[in-house]
Design a protein around this ligand. Structure first.
Ligand SMILES: Nc1ncnc2c1ncn2[C@@H]1O[C@H](COP(=O)(O)OP(=O)(O)OP(=O)(O)O)[C@@H](O)[C@H]1O
Ligand SMILES: [Mg+2]
Length: 396
């Protein structure tokens, strides 16, 4: 199964593009499922059909689904949530609040990822198109499988062994409820499924992330952050869709200024995200609701192309560390042997190779690190970051 995830800042057009892609994909003969992971479900509104927690057939080769996170959690992780809820209640948290708290923000995406993992195994669909909630939550959660693995390895194995001893002894005396064996079985199962989700997400042959943005400064800034973190987590960014682009030739003072500003912003987009295949869709004089308008949007973005094609497998930016030093590696296939200029200003790295200019927002881990050497070979630019100077003992 091929999975295409649409993500981006709030309101940029993720839902519309996910729906439009799904319609185009179904028209190309792929059995397509479009699913929304945003609890403020608007996929049904966009398609103007009513969708439920289970896939609903909405057209030839086309199914839609809006995930109900509470139902999904109860179905699959009843044991885990029940334990967490009793644990919170034992600490004085009110029952209703406890039930709310165990649903962490962005849980929809986790539920969706696990669902995708089982769809992938079942092979019912050729393509799953995922409409996500606005970026901030989504990104953190895409790294969730890694975090789960970390906790599991260090904490739960130890905890489980301790529990075998604790339950018949101190468990009887404590006010805090201890987790049951079933809790650990559920957790272990969840962990294994997360590992498969991780494999699925980082394989560019199976998963593509498409970033949606508008040619506006604030949107571009948030997209830079999203781009950096997606690269950091090793997720394949396969395409950038610049939505709501005003067409040239609009007349009047208002449009003159809009077009001027848009031109500058489209250049910025090129500078920040060059190397990722880019598509554009126009700003329509109306909302994009219903099949007909969504079909039109799909045609404007993909023309007659298959929208499920893998448009790129490359990793434009990689972050890694070796021997205590951190590195950023860029693919700069078009750059030659011209003078190379590399520098940082606050949390941003600037690279200039001849006429080629790149700007990259650095992840937190690189903050304050000084640029060391830079090497350019075989179209790959590696920039080394020196470790921050050690803090003297007395200063500590
Ligand atoms: N190219 C466009 N031209 C005109 N209107 C558009 C365009 N793309 C999207 N819209 C409209 O903008 C609104 C927001 O779009 P949409 O719901 O797809 O964004 P979103 O990124 O999913 O938002 P959210 O972050 O709230 O989920 C909708 O009313 C949609 O019809
Ligand atoms: Mg949306």
């Amino acid at each position: 199964m091929r999975t295409i995830i649409y993500t981006g800042k709030g309101g940029v057009g993720k839902t519309s593009l996910a729906a439009a892609t799904a319609i185009a994909s179904a028209a190309h003969g792929h059995r397509t499922l479009v699913l929304s992971t945003d609890s403020a479900h608007s996929l049904g509104d966009s398609l103007q059909v009513s969708l439920g927690h289970d896939p609903t057939k909405i057209g030839e080769n086309l199914w839609g689904q809006e995930i109900d996170v509470l139902l999904e959690m109860e179905r699959h992780w009843g044991e885990i949530t029940r334990y967490l809820a009793t644990l919170l209640q034992s600490q004085g948290v009110e029952e209703i609040t406890a039930k709310e708290v165990v649903v962490i923000p962005g849980m929809e995406l986790i539920a969706a990822l696990l669902m995708l993992e089982s769809y992938d195994r079942e092979g019912k669909w050729d393509v799953a198109i995922v409409d996500t909630a606005p970026t901030a939550d989504t990104l953190r959660l895409l790294s969730f499988p890694d975090a789960v693995q970390w906790y599991f390895d260090r904490f739960f194995k130890l905890e489980k062994r301790m529990m075998k001893v604790a339950r018949p002894t101190v468990g009887k005396l404590m006010r805090t409820p201890l987790p049951s064996d079933q809790f650990f079985v559920s957790l272990e199962d969840l962990y294994l499924r997360f590992r498969r989700v991780r494999e699925m997400l980082s394989d560019p042959d199976r998963t593509s992330v498409r970033l949606v943005l508008n040619p506006e400064r604030m949107v571009i800034s948030e997209t830079q952050r999203a781009y950096t973190y997606l690269c950091l987590f090793g997720l394949p960014i396969e395409m950038l869709v610049v939505n709501r682009v005003f067409s040239e030739g609009l007349e009047g003072k208002f449009f003159e200024q809009t077009l001027e500003e848009q031109k500058g912003n489209l250049e910025l987009i090129e500078e920040y995200f060059g190397g990722v295949p880019m598509r554009r869709s126009p700003r329509y004089p109306h909302e994009v609701l219903g099949f007909d308008r969504l079909r039109r949007l799909g045609e404007d973005v993909f023309q007659k192309d298959d929208p499920t094609r893998i448009y790129s497998r490359s990793r434009p930016v990689r972050f890694f560390s070796r021997h205590g030093k951190k590195y950023v590696q860029f693919e700069l296939p078009f750059a030659g042997k011209e003078a190379l200029e590399v520098y940082t200003r606050r949390d941003t790295l600037f690279v200039k190779v001849g006429w080629y200019k790149r700007t990259l927002l650095l992840p937190y881990a690189y903050a304050g690190a000084k640029v060391g050497e830079a090497h350019f070979q075989d179209g790959l630019l590696s920039v080394e970051f020196l470790p921050a100077p050690e803090v003297p003992k007395h200063a500590e």
